[in-house]
Design a protein around this ligand. Sequence first.
Ligand code: NDP
Ligand code: GUE
Length: 283
Amino acid sequence: MAKQLLGKEVTAALNEKIKAQVAELESRGVKPTLGIIRVGERPDDVSYERGATKRCETLGVAYEKFLLPADVTQEELMATLDKANKDDNIHGILIFRPLPKHLDEAAVIKALKPEKDVDGITDGSMVGVFAGTKQGFPPCTPQACMEILDHYGIDCTGKKAVVVGRSLVVGKPAAMMLLKKNATVTVCHTRTVDMPSVVKEAEIVIVAAGRAGVVDGSYLCAGQTVIDVGINVNEEGKLCGDVKFDEAEPVVDAITPVPGGVGSVTTSVLVGHVVEAAARTLQ
Ligand SMILES: NC(=O)C1=CN([C@@H]2O[C@H](COP(=O)(O)OP(=O)(O)OC[C@H]3O[C@@H](n4cnc5c(N)ncnc54)[C@H](OP(=O)(O)O)[C@@H]3O)[C@@H](O)[C@H]2O)C=CC1
Ligand SMILES: Nc1nc(=O)c2c([nH]1)NC[C@@H]1CN(c3ccc(C(=O)N[C@@H](CCC(=O)O)C(=O)O)cc3)C=[N+]21
């Protein structure tokens, strides 16, 4: 039976640190505040927003929502972003993605102030992850994966790691972060040949494909740590990951559940970035 790597154990430690920083900032007259820009009502945007705002509330961080209709024009969206960029009382900005197809996402990302890029989507933040320099913030989800590994003392040095997925939000930055931790990293995607044997070779597996059950028991073996990033809704309307948990759990050493794993750590990391962005304005 695998050890379960629980988000709430990881967030407990993170949250204490964040609360202390919030108290310190408040004593200096700063209330850390997150600006949330949401276009339309996509269910996964709404559920991420719910998780993020709840986390803000429990940690004493304020938030302001900018809700725009799904058919908003590029000009209106840019004007909203400009307002949030210029507002000194907003320290971090979260823009849900992907944006509806009629909008120019690249132009929106370009316009976001790097200091407020708490979700790590600007080019500057990416350079930070890839070159190891400190600008912007690392994307929250892959950072949450690293927080889980760190919290449970899972050392990556010299280990074989596989990342399933190569998106700019999760897969690619996760691979860079594992590399920084001295793992030997392989990245799988839809064109990978014989994925089961590639994944089976790894000691650390991060799965971010966005397909329920894409990794089953045939990919896994004893000795592995599995981090399941996927958030999918199954036929019964329940949240489930990209890994077949029932097949993985009896086999591997350690695994994150969905829900209760990466997702809950992601929101703490996000709020931590807002607090850090607020602190940087005082430096
Ligand atoms: N826990 C959290 O906080 C968060 C969770 N998520 C979840 O993580 C998952 C991934 O998100 P995201 O990276 O944005 O998704 P994308 O759809 O942008 O990327 C998915 C990646 O997985 C690869 N992939 C898809 N299917 C397969 C397959 N059958 N075999 C191998 N590779 C495959 C794709 O390959 P190719 O490039 O070849 O198409 C692509 O690189 C989603 O379930 C999302 O909901 C996302 C953000 C935050
Ligand atoms: N710029 C941007 N960054 C994102 O990271 C991003 C995005 N846009 N658009 C939408 C997707 C989807 N996504 C979710 C994250 C958590 C839950 C979720 O359900 N979280 C639960 C916990 C789930 C669990 O415990 O695993 C919670 O926080 O309470 C859902 C969806 C982020 N995304």
